[in-house]
Every structure is written in C-alpha cells, then in structure tokens.
Design a protein around this ligand. Sequence first.
Ligand SMILES: CC(C)(COP(=O)(O)OP(=O)(O)OC[C@H]1O[C@@H](n2cnc3c(N)ncnc32)[C@H](O)[C@@H]1OP(=O)(O)O)[C@@H](O)C(=O)NCCC(=O)NCCS
Length: 154
Amino acid sequence: MNYTIEKATSNDIKTIKRLLKHAGLDTSDVRWRNFFVAKNGHEIMGCIQLKQYPGVKELASLLVRKKYRGQSIGRALVSHLLTTIEKQIEKPPVYLICPQNRQSFYEQCGFYVVPNQTNLPLILLLRYTIGRFLGWRLFKTRLLAMRWDGDEHI
Ligand SMILES: CC(C)(COP(=O)(O)OP(=O)(O)OC[C@H]1O[C@@H](n2cnc3c(N)ncnc32)[C@H](O)[C@@H]1OP(=O)(O)O)[C@@H](O)C(=O)NCCC(=O)NCCS
C-alpha cells in the first residue's frame, strides 16, 4: 500500500471532521495544525492529532478509513506522531483516553494503562471522569487512560 504521512493542511480539515463524525469520534476540538494525515495521492486514508496543553500532551482522533484498516496504517500514524514528539525539546509523557477494547492496540504502540487514574493531569482527569460515566451509561463501554513515557515505541 503506497501512502505518505504528512502534516495536515487547512484544506484537509473538512474531510477530517467528516471522517471523525462518521466514526462517532469527538469533533469538538479539531484544529488542522494539530493533525497528521495518511494520504494515498489526494485521498485521506487516516488521521491522528496531538493536543498540547501546558505540560501535557494528548494523542487523539486516531482514525483509519474502514477500507484501509488492518494494514498497519493506524500503527504507522501513532509511530509517526511519537517519533515527532521524541524530536521535540519538551519531551513526553503523552496521554490518551480510549475505550477498553483499544487497550491492546495502544499497548502494541508502547502505551500502558495509567495505574492510578487520580494521578492524571487535571484537564484529562475531568474529561476522563465525565467520559467514563457517560460511556458506561450510554454505551456500556469502559474508558481507559493510557500513557507513553518516550522510551519505547513501535
Ligand atoms: C483503531 C484503528 C485506528 C486501527 O487502525 P488500523 O490501521 O486498522 O490498525 P493497524 O492495522 O495498524 O493495526 C495494528 C495492530 O492493532 C490491531 N488492531 C487494529 N485495530 C484494532 C482494534 N480496533 N482493537 C484492537 N486491536 C486492533 C491489529 O490487529 C494489529 O495487530 P497485529 O499487528 O498484531 O495484527 C482503526 O480500527 C479505526 O480507525 N477504528 C475506528 C476509530 C477508533 O476507534 N479510533 C481509536 C479511538 S481511541
């Protein structure tokens, strides 16, 4: 499969939002400057974003179009993002919040489940607590908070 992973441009944002919405992922904080996209020519096959808060980084909005799943594009997007972070002066950790059924995918990418959720940075703890409550009430899905410390990646 031929594709490149590159920084998103402002032209990509409409498609990114549409793909996220279609997959039921959060579209409330979507800025093109935070995104990388996997592209096959002009087609966006998948995307990922890095949200940065003071002292905290968060991996979010990972998505691969259905027809391209299972071909390691998701893993390549995560790897690309983590490699970019390793080159930055301000280093990890990187957090993410995901449904329980994504745990093994992210473990393969070098993340681990945060052992004590109360140690999460405040901005994530709030979202995690609300998301965990709503996720369970509405979808019977448990959320996990995971963390990557920078030494290990795919
Ligand atoms: C999760 C997602 C991005 C994975 O993308 P992908 O390109 O299919 O993943 P890859 O092909 O890189 O898979 C890498 C590994 O993870 C596994 N994997 C893939 N999707 C998985 C999933 N949904 N749950 C658990 N493991 C998964 C694969 O089996 C593969 O393992 P292997 O190398 O041992 O075979 C894709 O399924 C997707 O877009 N899902 C909908 C949106 C979503 O859930 N995003 C994550 C929000 S937290």
